[in-house]
Structures are given as C-alpha cells and as structure tokens.
Design a protein around this ligand. Structure first.
Ligand code: SF4
Ligand code: SF4
Length: 299
C-alpha cells in the first residue's frame, strides 16, 4: 500500500547513516557502547554473568562499568577523537532498563552536551512498558529487544527465572510475564515511532525452529529488523556454553535460519555482536584506547 511504501522509505532514510543497519554506512560512521548497566533482572540459561549480555555482546572480557557521569565524559572524549562517531548505545553488560538511573542519566547528559548523537539501547524487554515514555522523551533513535521466543513452554527452557515485583518468579510463569512485557513494549515503541530491532539468540534444539514464527510475529507488529544471532560457544571451555551446556549452531545452521527469517531485509548480516563497551567503526574495537583511565588523562 501507499502507506507502507512511505513507512519503508522513512525507515530506510533513518537507517541509512546508521553503522549497524546499513552496509554502506558502516564504512563511514562509527558507534560506541558505554557499559553503564551492570545488573540484570532475568536469568538466561546461556548467560553465565562472567561476560557481557548477549543482547549485543560477544563473550570475552567483562566491560569496565561506568557511572553516568563517566560515560558522558568518555563519550565526549571519543566523539572528539573519532569524528565519524554517530551512534551511542547502552547494551549492558547487564540490561539497560534494569539500571534505569544510570541509563537515563547518561542519556540526559548526552542529549544536553552532544545533541547530534543518535542514542540507542538494548534490553531483554521485561521493564520496557514502564519506560517507553521516558525512552521517547530522550528521543532515543532505536531500541533493540532480545526476544528468543513467544511460547512460554519454550521460554521455560531458556529462562530459569525473572525478578518481577520484588520477587523471583520461576518456570513457565516467568516466561509468560517476560513474553507479554516484550510484546507489549514492542507495540508501544512502534506506536511512538521509535525504530525497533529484534535480536534472537539461536539455540539449537530449543528455539531454532520456533524463531521463524517469532520473526513473522515481530515483523507484523512493526519491528524493522529481525537479527538472528548464534549462541556463542565458550571459547575457553570448548563448544558448550552457559548453565545448561547448550551447543552453539554451526555456520550452516545459522545461515539457513537467517535466510528463512530474512524476508526482504538482510542488512543485519554484518552485525558483529559487539561488546558492551565497543568503540569505533564496526568491525574494529578501539575500546582499549578509551579506558576510563585514559579518558581522564585526556581532559
Ligand atoms: Fe545475561 Fe543478558 Fe540474559 Fe541478563 S538478559 S541474563 S545479562 S544474557
Ligand atoms: Fe551494531 Fe550489532 Fe555492534 Fe550493536 S552489536 S553496535 S547492533 S553491530
């Protein structure tokens, strides 16, 4: 329809200078993540908490956690040193919305001192409905929600618990709540015109077949991109990763599922699953040049 074409054109326009979404842009623009979000409010079976959140991150060394003031300082220093810097994201090492004070203080500081930076955040979605208005207030450009399932029976095999209303909820009930919050959050963001990308971690034997259905549903609700990422095997302990020792997919399994989920949008194949403190052009990580110690020394 005419309306859909216009929507596509405006989304295309909004992502074309975004290094994470446009194959072209990622040659010319840089992005950084600031690690201001140490806590998480759910447990994923594949997360062992020694690493950054798999929302957007690759297992490796834990990020240096920053206060909001430190994050603002670091961002300004990096933006001064790397003129192509166009996007600032909060992607862990835990969940951006499980650390709302630091996340929104960082956004507040940056919207004042670096108003041209595009802001983004990634989340497991549990607290999304509560914070959608705040996210809109800071003109956050896009939100990534990690949605691994829409079926609570599958969810029960991925999430042993969530922390909800001051208590720990386990089993199928935990996944029911998480899934309903994620879907509600997705709808609310789309209704406010905020771009939504959905990430899914492909876990062979658990959600691999189901992710096609997830893809259909989130696209129908208006997510502009569905990014299927592999469960990353533990580089130290062999091919199995996480609490229950699931294996990661092979390259062929991953590509086959990505092809099935891609539809007409395959821009995300170059996602690097960057660390929560990644800095620089996509595919490079200059984070080590901008540790807090070095940033303090630059002032
Ligand atoms: Fe770990 Fe991220 Fe899952 Fe939280 S949402 S348990 S940080 S993978
Ligand atoms: Fe972009 Fe993916 Fe890296 Fe995030 S993890 S900055 S979406 S390439």
């Amino acid at each position: 329809s005419q309306q859909l074409d216009e929507l596509d054109a405006s989304v295309t326009q909004r992502v074309q200078d975004h290094p994470c979404y446009s194959e072209e842009a990622h040659k010319y623009f840089a992005r950084m993540h600031v690690a201001v979000a140490p806590a998480c409010n759910i447990q994923c079976n594949y997360c062992n908490r020694k690493y950054d959140c798999s929302n957007e991150s690759r297992p490796g060394v834990v990020s240096e956690v920053l206060t909001a003031a430190q994050a603002v300082k670091k961002t300004l220093a990096v933006a001064a040193a790397i003129p192509q810097m166009s996007v600032l994201g909060i992607a862990g090492p835990g969940d951006a919305l499980a650390n709302p004070e630091r996340t929104f203080e960082t956004f507040a500081g940056l919207s004042e001192r670096a108003p041209d930076l595009k802001l983004c955040l990634s989340t497991n979605g549990l607290m999304l409905p509560q914070y959608v208005d705040k996210i809109a207030d800071y003109h956050v450009d896009h939100v990534t929600i990690t949605i691994n399932c829409i079926d609570p029976d599958i969810g029960a095999q991925i999430y042993p618990w969530i922390f909800w209303n001051h208590r720990r909820v386990t089993g199928r009930e935990a996944s029911e709540i998480l899934i309903s919050q994620q879907q509600k959050g997705l709808e609310m963001l789309v209704a406010r015109g905020i771009l939504v990308k959905v990430n899914s971690v492909m876990i062979p034997g658990i959600n691999d077949q189901h992710l096609k259905e997830v893809s259909r549903v989130v696209r129908a609700k208006g997510a502009f991109l569905h990014n299927v990422m592999p469960l990353i095997s533990d580089p130290v302990h062999g091919t199995h990763f996480g609490l229950t020792g699931q294996r990661g997919p092979t390259q062929q399994e991953l590509k086959a599922l990505q092809d099935e989920c891609a539809g007409d949008m395959n821009m995300m194949r170059h996602c690097q699953q960057c660390r929560a403190d990644a800095v620089g052009m996509l595919g490079e990580d200059r984070g080590a040049e901008f540790t807090l110690e070095k940033v303090e020394a630059m002032q």
